[in-house]
Design a protein around this ligand. Structure first.
Ligand SMILES: *[C@@H]1O[C@H](CO)[C@@H](O)[C@H](O)[C@H]1NC(C)=O
Ligand SMILES: *[C@@H]1O[C@H](CO)[C@@H](O)[C@H](O)[C@H]1NC(C)=O
Ligand SMILES: *[C@@H]1O[C@H](CO)[C@@H](O)[C@H](O)[C@H]1NC(C)=O
Ligand SMILES: *[C@@H]1O[C@H](CO)[C@@H](O)[C@H](O)[C@H]1NC(C)=O
Ligand SMILES: *[C@@H]1O[C@H](CO)[C@@H](O)[C@H](O)[C@H]1NC(C)=O
Length: 504
């Protein structure tokens, strides 16, 4: 009796689905509020033969809403779904395969982890679980700034002792020890797949730079010279190089935040004469480690890759190419595709994205911007997508140069609450089910005129098929997935929504 009661209690306690606790701040949709006792979470997804599991989020408030429908294997029901416009038909062409997925993630900046640690520790741990665990959106990638960036509370590097050419005073910061590392360690503990962590530096110490400031300028001297050599050693010294390193964050940035410029030639020669050999000496090149170039807007993909990768020596040190999402709507996105096709042996990743400007709690259109960018990038060969700050405060900071932006999780430490924006769920529509090593597969689309829905399809290493469809339009539509091997899935795609469909 007692035992039965206990079991019932356990079942009630553990099996009750924890759904979104919505709050409307007037920005078009809702956030899900998490406090010390409550937060929504997602049970792992079970795939049943003959059924498709559909996961849906929408502007009108659905968040990871889950249902199962059966897959029809009847042949004669063709085209009965088109009776009403608009429609969107996806035909799966499994035989044609494209890139392998590396993963999805966000950045463990000083500010993100200061915000996380400003909450009671049980909540701080839970934010990391929301992102990285099976009960969250299962990120498997993390970006780590080497030293400070603008999302720090002060300007600093790991060696601010003027003229310390031997890097005798090099040391990690209190931010690393107190804020970044606890979050990173916990993420790696709760993540099911091994974390793929990569690091990027924003600026060298002022004494190594022509601007004598953390903002702007270049390294003093020339590639191959003293300052470039010290800088290569500095990058390797930091002890947080795990799976990858970008040669420089935004080498072409001209904006008043921590930054340091490299021309394509200088990045090439820095890699060729200093960074590549230093990585090799330290054993990184022979490990499963990626030195990644560009790490800037897509307009720089071509000049940097063609200059760096046409050099035989530089090329052998480089295993990846990264781009950032800023101005992606201003340039042709096929710049991504060109690079992916020209360098099929190199990893290709989107490594930074955020909505600039003030936070906007529950803003669905910001989530839509993420959905569009992720799908358009994946459909052009990108192997993953990495968000910027994991969590920001109610001002979109802290940021020591007042460059405030938005984030998928906003922390209100005064109220001991945090808010999950639509961007969080939209990212989850990709990261949660699209496990590392999934392969993108071809689709052909038949849709009604001026239908702006977009989609991408994948096969996981467990042979599950994943289709992600995003509807930016204000009308519902008939959705029809035809898979010659498995049957037909007929459903409705709601106005202003995103859907992940998984079947075996
Ligand atoms: C939502 O974000 C978009 C893009 O940043 C912005 O244009 C719009 O004004 C925001 N909406 C609201 C209601 O704040
Ligand atoms: C946390 O949120 C839940 C769900 O809305 C609510 O029942 C509970 O009272 C809240 N707890 C605190 C401490 O505010
Ligand atoms: C090397 O890295 C790739 C990409 O993350 C991964 O798929 C592969 O399993 C790794 N190999 C080893 C030997 O760790
Ligand atoms: C951001 O918020 C601040 C403070 O409320 C305000 O002064 C500023 O104009 C806002 N900026 C934008 C771009 O909306
Ligand atoms: C696309 O759908 C329309 C509407 O049902 C149909 O008439 C047409 O034949 C289809 N086209 C292809 C290429 O399947």
């Amino acid at each position: 009796m007692c035992f039965k009661l206990f079991l019932a209690f356990v079942a009630l306690f553990f099996c009750k689905e924890k759904t979104c606790n919505p709050q409307d701040f007037g920005a078009g949709s809702v956030v899900c509020v998490c406090n010390i006792t409550y937060c929504d979470e997602f049970e792992p997804v079970n795939v049943k033969p003959g059924f498709a599991t559909i996961i849906e989020s929408s502007k009108d408030g659905k968040r990871f809403f889950r249902r199962q429908i059966s897959i029809s294997t009847r042949k004669e029901n063709k085209a009965t779904y088109y009776e009403t416009d608009p429609y969107f038909e996806i035909k799966i062409n499994r035989a044609k395969k494209y890139q392998r997925i590396l993963g999805f993630g966000g950045a463990f900046t000083d500010s993100a982890t200061i915000n996380i640690e400003s909450l009671p520790s049980s909540m701080a741990r839970r934010i990391v679980r929301d992102y990285y665990s099976n009960y969250g959106i299962q990120y498997n990638v993390g970006r780590i700034p080497i030293g400070g960036c603008d999302f720090s509370t002060r300007p600093y590097t790991y060696d601010d002792v003027e003229g310390d050419f031997g890097l005798k005073y090099f040391s990690l910061s209190k931010e690393d020890l107190k804020f970044k590392m606890p979050s990173i360690k916990y993420a790696s503990k709760v993540s099911k797949s091994p974390l793929w962590l990569f690091a990027s530096a924003w600026s060298a110490p002022t004494w190594m730079k022509t601007s004598n400031s953390l903002i702007g300028g270049t390294l003093k001297g020339k590639p191959g010279g003293k300052y470039y050599e010290i800088w290569a050693n500095y990058l390797i010294n930091n002890g947080i190089l795990v799976s990858g390193l970008t040669a420089q964050n935004e080498p072409q940035l001209n904006f008043p935040i921590n930054s340091m410029n490299f021309s394509p030639k200088n990045e090439r020669d820095f890699i060729k004469f200093n960074l590549g050999p230093a990585l090799k000496r330290s054993g990184y090149i022979s490990k499963n480690f990626s030195l990644i170039i560009v790490d800037d807007d897509i307009i720089y993909l071509k000049p940097f890759t063609s200059t760096i990768l046409s050099d035989k020596i530089a090329r052998k040190y480089v295993s990846g190419i990264a781009y950032h999402w800023y101005k992606n709507n201003a340039y042709p996105r096929d710049l991504i595709k060109e690079v992916s096709e020209r360098y099929p042996d190199k990893l290709l990743l989107s490594t930074e994205a955020c909505i600039m400007g003030n936070i906007s709690l529950g803003n669905w259109s910001r989530g839509e911007a993420y959905a569009k960018d992720i799908i358009e990038g994946l459909n052009r060969g990108s192997q993953g997508w990495v968000d910027w700050n994991l969590a920001l405060n109610m001002n979109g900071g802290p940021n020591w140069v007042n460059n405030y932006v938005d984030a998928p999780i906003i922390v209100n430490s005064e109220k001991k609450e945090y808010y999950k924006n639509p961007m969080f769920y939209i990212l989850g529509h990709f990261s949660k089910l699209l496990a590392p090593n999934s392969i993108r597969i071809d689709v052909s689309i038949n849709k009604s005129q001026s239908n702006e829905a977009i989609c991408a399809a994948f096969e996981t290493s467990k042979h599950e098929t994943i289709v992600i469809v995003f509807n930016p339009m204000s009308t519902d539509m008939n959705l029809n997935i035809r898979d010659p091997n498995k049957g037909t899935i007929v459903t409705k795609l709601q106005a202003k929504s995103i859907m992940t469909i998984v079947y075996n």
